[in-house]
Design a binder for this molecule. Structure first.
Ligand code: SF4
Length: 342
């Protein structure tokens, strides 16, 4: 946020909305004590959707100064992985959402097409998630992505959810987890106290982009060097590392910008074991894209004349060439069977 907007908007999390039912949970109590010290306003609400699901909200205005909503989740806690997401060869692929929305603001983010609000919802009944995961684990192994509808590591300093989750995952040896992030948050402290087995089942997946793409389209996110440093620290701490080149963005001079970027990544990771990599071009459902274009009418990224294939908008042949370009560059340091494309 620049100085001008800083003077006209409240700071992020100036208002904390709490479902009546959520007040009794330990996570709520801890967070409220933190926010009370910061002088945030605490407001009781009946149900998070009364606020979050309202129509005619300004996603973009809320992005500049989001509120936090503490809620209790009911119903489903695990969802089967979507076809547009990579399963990395795992037959029992699920994702879960401890939070909705993200402190970052990527111009291509599907969340702005999915939700009418940019406020961040945090579900405080994590134990109910763990019960449901255990129920599914009783039937078969589970590969679980916990950071899809948000960036949990970016929120970790506030919420401590990843630490709480890993303490649970430590006791579940059939559970493999992916924590995807663009943050540069250090995960070394998360590793301490975890067994080598638990760490080996926790894949830290770093989304990487060239700096020109980061500065233009991935607002509020750390630059490439900071992400690579965080990745190297995670690897040193014993976590398997996944590289996510997803979404690739069609920009002028794609090959020279992405070529230089991939050289930088290769140089930084020289001699470092990498579990695998995923590559995907930007793709989005046509209904989400419609909403995203309304939110950002001046976005050259979103106003691109995409190809609509079965209601999924993508770059078509151009996108397939972009994926092939990145894949070939990765052959230098990853075998083909460790490179997944979508
Ligand atoms: S980091 Fe991921 S979840 Fe967060 S805004 Fe960017 S694309 Fe969306």
């Amino acid at each position: 946020m620049n100085n001008f907007t800083n003077t006209i908007y409240n700071p992020p999390f100036s208002h904390i909305y709490v479902e009546r039912e959520a007040f009794s949970y330990p996570t709520t109590k801890e967070l409220l004590s933190t926010f009370a010290k910061r002088g945030s306003h605490i407001i009781e609400i009946a149900h998070y959707m009364d606020l979050f699901g309202r129509t005619h909200q300004s996603f973009m205005a809320q992005k500049t100064a989001p509120c936090l909503i503490l809620a209790v989740k009911h119903g489903n806690f695990l969802y089967p992985g979507a076809p547009v997401c990579q399963d990395f060869g795992n037959p029992f692929f699920y994702y879960t959402s401890f939070a909705m929305n993200c402190p970052f603001d990527c111009e291509y983010c599907f969340l702005q097409g999915m939700y009418s609000s940019a406020n961040i919802v945090l579900f405080v009944n994590q134990e109910d998630y763990f019960t449901e995961i255990r129920n599914v684990l009783a039937k078969h192994p589970v590969y679980l992505c916990i950071s899809y509808d948000t960036d949990l590591l970016a929120l970790e300093g506030l919420t401590g959810i990843v630490r709480h989750y890993l303490a649970f995952a430590a006791g579940e040896d059939m559970l493999t987890t992916e924590v995807r992030t663009k943050s540069a948050v250090s995960v070394e402290s998360l590793a301490s106290g975890l067994s080598p087995d638990t760490r080996s089942r926790t894949v830290m997946a770093y989304s990487l982009s060239p700096d020109p793409v980061i500065s233009r389209f991935e607002h509020y996110t750390p630059g490439l060097t900071a992400r690579l440093d965080a990745l190297l620290a995670a690897q040193k701490a014993g976590f398997p590392i996944r590289l996510c080149f997803d979404p690739l963005i069609a920009i002028p001079d794609f090959e020279s910008v992405y070529g230089a970027f991939l050289s930088q990544v290769r140089e930084a990771l020289r001699g470092i074991p990498v579990q695998d990599a995923s590559i995907g071009g930007f793709r989005i459902s046509d209904s989400y894209l419609k909403q995203m274009r309304k939110n950002r009418p001046a976005s050259c990224l979103l106003q691109y004349p995409f190809k609509n294939e079965d209601h999924v908008c993508n770059y078509g042949e151009r996108g397939r060439k972009m994926i092939d370009f990145v894949k070939e560059a990765l052959f230098d340091f990853l075998p083909e069977n460790k490179i997944f494309t979508i």
